[in-house]
Design a binder for this molecule. Structure first.
Ligand code: PLP
Length: 321
């Protein structure tokens, strides 16, 4: 395979360091990979995916992109920043809290969320946000594709970018991240949050055939949480010309996404408080806090022998939403 083109957007390598106090408290050898410090528009995991996604768009002279997500999407923010840098128009269709079909969370969802957190940053970046009332993910995808068609009718070269940047190229960014951390240390277990899937998939391919296992903690509440992972796995495999990892080859810890995608959990809040008070590091409520809660559960069950690294994926702006 020829290496896909890349545009530098992230400050790499991100630091890895040991969490001495928590290691002592929990009887673990616990480290953290600081992708909250990737730099692009306040950091986070999407910067790695965008280095490859944006290079491809530039090579194909794309003029406008359309994506979708939750109003507090970190991907929309980082995509917006990358588009600003490269002179590409950025459109995003968002709902406060999209939900799976037939699984509407019982939440008081007043449809107007104040322009805080990522919404504020999107506005500063000049992202064209189209805000829809809450509905299903399928409704959101339909609206995104519709907007893509409308823009094409006006004659622009438009690309629709799937939620979370979870394409084969997005996952490739995390395959490279696995190479990066391998030069920084040897780990028995990597624990990361999993949602649209390319973080988990890229890391799993990066560590394929090695003694390092990758455990994703699902941050979603979906009928089939491995569906997205499987789709991205096939996309990455065809990019690499290798046989795909099947769903049974991914380790996914479930039960930590509750009460709903995008809504903080008690276990997540406790985990975030613990990391802040023992190590001075913040986690976001939607992804990294829930994933860290999963890690703590694995630790209590003595399922993290050897050296473990927690992949901090960022999401800091959501703390202010
Ligand atoms: C998008 C995101 C994730 C999930 O990564 P996926 O590749 O979509 O599974 C985790 N943490 C943060 C902070 C994110 O923004």
């Amino acid at each position: 395979m020829i290496e896909p083109p890349r545009i530098r957007l992230a400050q790499l390598p991100t630091p890895v360091h040991r969490l001495d106090r928590l290691s002592e408290d929990l009887g673990l050898d616990l480290w953290i990979k600081r992708d909250d410090l990737t730099g692009l528009a306040m950091g986070g995991n999407k910067a790695r995916k965008l280095e490859y996604i944006m290079a491809d768009l530039v090579a194909r002279r794309v003029q406008a992109v359309v994506t979708c997500g939750a109003a507090q999407s970190n991907f929309v923010r980082q995509l917006g920043a990358a588009c600003s840098m490269l002179g590409i128009e950025c459109h995003a269709v968002v709902m406060n809290l999209p939900h799976p079909e037939g699984n509407r969370p019982c939440l008081d969802d007043h449809d107007l969320q104040l322009p805080t957190g990522n919404l504020l940053l999107d506005e500063i970046l000049g992202v064209n946000l189209i805000r829809l009332p809450n509905g299903t993910w399928d409704e959101l995808f339909t609206a995104m594709n519709g907007l893509g068609d409308d823009l094409r009718q006006c004659g622009a070269r438009v690309e629709v970018i799937p939620v979370g940047g979870s394409t084969g190229l997005g996952a490739y960014g995390f395959l490279k991240a696995a190479e990066e951390i391998s030069l920084q240390g040897q780990f028995d277990t990597v624990v990361c949050p999993t949602s649209s899937g390319s973080t988990h998939v890229g890391l799993a391919y990066g560590f394929r055939g090695s003694s390092t296992r990758v455990i994703g903690v699902s941050c979603d509440v979906e009928p089939d949480p491995l569906e997205d992972v499987e789709l991205v796995s096939h996309a990455l495999a065809s990019l690499l010309f290798v046989s795909p990892l099947g769903r049974s080859e991914f380790l996914l810890l479930e039960g930590f996404g509750l009460p709903a995608y995008g809504v903080a959990s008690v276990a997540g809040s406790e985990a975030a408080t613990l990391l802040a008070r023992r190590e001075g590091i913040f986690l976001d409520p939607v992804y990294s806090a829930k994933a860290f809660a999963g890690l703590l559960q694995l630790a209590r069950e003595h399922r993290l022998p050897g050296r473990t690294v927690f992949w901090h994926t960022g999401g800091m702006p959501t703390l202010f939403a």
